[in-house]
Design a protein around this ligand. Sequence first.
Ligand code: FAD
Length: 436
Amino acid sequence: MAAEAKHFKYVILGGGVAAGYAAREFGNQGVKPGELAIISKEPVAPYERPALSKGYLFPQNAARLPGFHTCVGSGGDRLLPEWYADKGIQLILSTEIVKADLASKTLTSAAGATFTYDTLLIATGSSVIKLTDFGVQGAESNNILYLRDIADADKLVAAMQAKKDGKAVVVGGGYIGLELSAALKINNFDVTMVYPEPWCMPRLFTAGIAHFYEGYYANKGIKIVKGTVASGFDADANGDVTAVKLKDGRVLEADIVIVGVGGRPLTGLFKGQVDEEKGGLKTDAFFETSVAGVYAIGDVAAFPMKLYNEQRRVEHVDHARKSAEQAVRAIKAKESGESVPEYDYLPYFYSRSFDVAWQFYGDNVGDDVLFGDNDPASAKPKFGSYWVKDGKVVGVFLEGGSAEENQAIARVARAQPPVADVEALKKAGLEFAAKV
Ligand code: FAD
């Protein structure tokens, strides 16, 4: 006879960033023992995922759990497994949900266990796009690695130890590619990056911004091959990758290959059951989907971005945290017949590698206006870019900003001040932001 379903008032499906911040907010708002469960296919309590491509890969004093459980990433306390136990929040780990029936409010795990709920928060995040998905020749060879979770990070650490001082090829020029190239270099690998676009991070960086990072990386000894893609891989008799074959005919020797070519929101369990948009689960300003009592937070949510008056999906950690808090506040308010203000999100994204660190706020649309010193050889580089649309500043990027300066650019992106003279804006640079 099948075991009886376990019932919870609230279930969070997924155990990543959004799950951890949602649990903390449930704790703040008041949750009774036994009311809340987190179901995650990962074997550990929620953690700050960005650490995996940064501190986790340091050659010395590397970050390890329990050091970076949520919610340390935003300056809060670490929620250790004991915290969940104290609150009576069940962590149901190493449990993959393979079926979700929203009509009967039932989730089924790969092992056949069933869970029912009154309110569901979908926080399944994203999965990485793999070269094997496209049948790239040799892509299944050993040491061709991806990075999404701690198990992937452990594989990378093991490969770095096994192939010490070897050659690494990083496929993809996004922030994951940039951060991982830096990590491999710091670990004494001979690193080559490969990407098809004319410059790195093309979805955000302008040519002027990328000029700095590509030069900075070259000065660190990282080789960059642009305008081509990996079309196949060679392996030795053990199946270990030995070379990356490029579409333009070149061949790069490799002991480790890391692929960072993007992700896909994990929404498949809900196909046909909830409205979708922008590749995600469509929600209102409280993160409730088209099915009452079912919420979507973090990477999977396509929510109304009030500031730009359109539905958007955001795959960044700041939104994962804030959407989780908003959803839980809205759920609790609804229960007591109250309401919370609509989500009014200002997009915020950051990355850091080596000694450089940048922040971006707002929208990178319209004309870009580069300011400051973007010479890769500068001892103290500080530069940025404004984006101006319809005579207003709508987005700001800043490398090397202080906490105060970063707050100033956030204010600008939120206030969208008018700009009459673009040349004057370029000249004023950061001073413009300081005055807003
Ligand atoms: P996740 O944190 O991915 O959590 C999803 C969880 O759901 C996982 O635990 C997963 O195992 C679980 N899950 C999925 N499907 C199932 C299922 N069927 N059954 C059970 N469990 C399931 N953003 C930034 O802004 N700055 C950065 O510097 C930055 N660095 C990053 C570095 C790396 C290596 C990665 C991978 C991401 C980085 N991000 C960064 C992005 C940021 O981490 C994500 O946007 C954020 O983690 C999204 O939170 P989430 O809770 O929606 O998803």
